[in-house]
Design a protein around this ligand. Sequence first.
Ligand code: ADP
Length: 434
Amino acid sequence: MPSKSAKRLIVRFAVAGTIALAAGWLLGYPLITLLAVLALYGLWGLANVVRLHRWLERPDLQVPQSVGIWSEIFDRINRLEKSRHKQADQYRAMIRDYQSLADALPDATLIMDGNENLKWFNSTARSLLGLKVPDDLGQPVTNLLRGSDFADWLAVQRELRSRLEMASPVDDSTWLSITAVDYSEDLRLLILRDITDVHNVNQMRRDFVANISHELRTPLTVLLGYLEMFEDSDDETGEMVGKMRSQAEQMRELLADLLELSRLQSDRISGEEDEVDVEAMLAQLREQLEEVSRNRHRLEFRIEPGLKLRGIASDLESAFRNLLLNAANYTPEGGAITVGWQSSPEGAVFSVADTGIGIPSRAIPRLTERFFRVSNDRARTSGGTGLGLSIVKHVLNAHQARLHVTSELGEGSEFRCIFPPERTCLAASREQRM
Ligand code: ADP
């Protein structure tokens, strides 16, 4: 169905044609007159097309004026152009609003592309990180945030979804907590929050605990020495002194764990990273496990030979020991403990599985809290400090590894430490049973 203006055009065309034919008939040349009128009409249309083309090339010029259908065409294009301008202005205003919003955020916000190059940052990033426009745009983010752990963290952050705490690259006394968010296929947002106050309070608390633990160690050692002297007496005193000594021993273990934990939590670098021979380390730990287990459990070690791990040997040993001793402590006589060190597509996995008392599922998320114990008799009487799994968690965090716990009450538990592939080397082909 033709539109109103098309109908009008057809009517006008028919009227003009009829008049031209009538005039031509009066003059005696109806066809020639009709052709002449049509040619004039065509020329007028051509002139309007040229004006339209000129105006479309330079829309800032005055809208061409015309009559009839051409006036309507010019008006309509003019209206469309105006609404397009209005929309573009609205979008520009919206972008300006979002930019001012991002600038007003108290956190430094950075956008990086798929190659981890800086694409955009807000004004807090300028003051907090000393970034400059345009010098730093397009630069690799790892060059701009030169924290010791930043590049390692960024490499594994997608899988771990963890936060990183580090000192500001422009001011050592400012502490930042960094989170990364993927918000499109190849764009990532980095949010850096100033957590200096919280960090300082935590540092004070850690220093206090470390100092107290350190100061208590010497008097406790003296006390233990005297208690050892009296423990051998045959009378009732000997029994009492024995109990006092075992309590004092537990206190010593607690202080040692507290010191270990505060060392791991401190920002000072705790040790040099090496290529750790996990196979050799586990051979030593096996001896300690056998000592604690005293033949009460079946022990099986499944070790992939030659699979090494880049990390701090003493810290890794402490974490692995805690998991092994827990398995022995929480597995009744006759149970089995299976220890694994193997590569997998997600990285190298150290695992300790037992057929022990198990852990209720509601307690699993809280296991790595300091002093957390599942409230059952064995946990209370096991003589543990409640800090072992906290130590494990800190060691794993420092190695960008994660802890995965599965357990069933009365059936047993499995603790898996998954290390990122970048930290492992030399995958071996043969599985060895010890
Ligand atoms: P603890 O020194 O008490 O063993 P941990 O931090 O090592 O402290 O462990 C916290 C709690 O988690 C333990 O008290 C125990 O209740 C539970 N737990 C840890 N390992 C196991 C395990 N293999 N089987 C059952 N429960 C466990």
